[in-house]
Design a binder for this molecule. Structure first.
Ligand code: ATP
Length: 297
């Protein structure tokens, strides 16, 4: 008998995740899975549940929650020998990974995706001893956006990050960065460094428009030491999807990176605070299989 686990974060989004469990169970049972539903209570529960599902060789794990739950679920499977297929039902305010995969953002529609037999292999990034699926940001802005409150997110959605970012960009300094990537090095002063696996960051789907979920590379943007008058044009470039063409932005692709600084600099990994510098990153190409629908293909 095939086995499926549903990992539910009841606190995600508008606290409506639990209302969707029954429909998911029905769909999976209809596909002849024995279904085990578990609820998270705190940080890292999703990782532990997913590790159990891997060691018991479950066929499918569904993450019913926001990007935090999804990130914790994926962290629970990356290192495992047996990795179940991943179903995603987005319940958060941003849902970057679902956006990147063209999985519907509306939960009812996303649940119907689970009827599908289509799958897509996606890249995962390692960041020191953990994993990410969307983006790593380094610099003062990265630190500020970790502080966006749940209330701000609910009220303003992705704009909350943009507002916090612009506020910080206008008041912070550039920092010296050394970025070793593949066999090259970039060294200089930077306001912000971004390493993106997917096109969607904080709900902005054009930040790194060329990044495909399965292209095996990190799309890297170094925003150099810009004069304050140029902040507005960089924000416009982000919104228009042409950040990499900006004269104050260095763009490159890399499979492997090491970032260090003489200053104490913080990082933001998929929207949460990460280790301070120095950090190492590497792409694990097409490492996880996600259930998608025809549209997402
Ligand atoms: N029962 C719970 N109550 C409170 N927090 C929880 C619970 N279960 C898990 N968590 C923690 O909540 C964090 C945030 O959850 P998640 O990202 O899924 O929802 P969200 O914050 O509403 O989504 P988004 O960030 O997209 O708005 C998880 O990373 C997890 O550590």
């Amino acid at each position: 008998m095939k086995q499926a686990m549903i990992i539910v974060n009841p606190s995600s989004g508008k606290e409506e995740a639990v209302d969707h469990v029954e429909k998911i169970e029905k769909i999976l049972e209809g596909k002849e899975y024995t279904v085990k539903t578990v609820q998270t209570e705190k940080e890292l529960d999703a990782t532990k549940f997913c590790q159990d599902a891997c060691s018991q060789e479950f066929d499918v794990v569904v993450s019913l929650g926001g990007d935090g739950t999804l990130n914790e679920t994926i962290n629970g499977m990356v290192d495992q020998a047996h990795r179940p297929k991943l179903g995603i039902v987005p319940m958060g305010t941003v849902n970057d990974f679902a956006r990147a995969l063209n999985i519907p953002l509306e939960p009812e529609a996303a649940i119907e995706t689970l009827e599908s037999d289509l799958k897509k292999k996606v890249d995962i990034g390692s960041f020191n001893d953990r994993y990410f699926v969307n983006i790593v940001a380094i610099g003062a802005i990265a630190e500020a956006t970790s502080e966006v409150s749940p209330e701000q997110k609910t009220r303003f959605g992705p704009l909350a990050y943009l507002m916090e970012g612009v506020k910080t960009l206008a008041s912070s300094n550039a920092y010296p960065l050394r970025i070793e990537y593949d066999d090259k090095v970039w060294e200089g002063d930077s306001f912000l460094f971004l390493a993106a696996l997917t096109k969607s960051t904080a709900g902005f789907e054009k930040l790194s428009p060329d990044a495909k979920v399965n292209d095996g590379v990190l799309h890297c943007y170094v925003i150099k030491n810009v004069n304050m008058l140029r902040v507005a044009s960089i924000v416009t470039a982000v919104l228009r999807g042409n950040l990499k063409e900006d004269k104050d932005v260095e763009y490159f692709q890399a499979k492997k990176l090491r970032v260090s600084s003489s200053e104490k600099l913080h990082t933001n990994v998929d929207g949460e605070e990460g280790d301070p510098l120095p950090v190492a990153m590497e792409v694990k190409p097409q490492h996880i299989e996600v259930i998608i629908n025809e549209e997402a293909r």
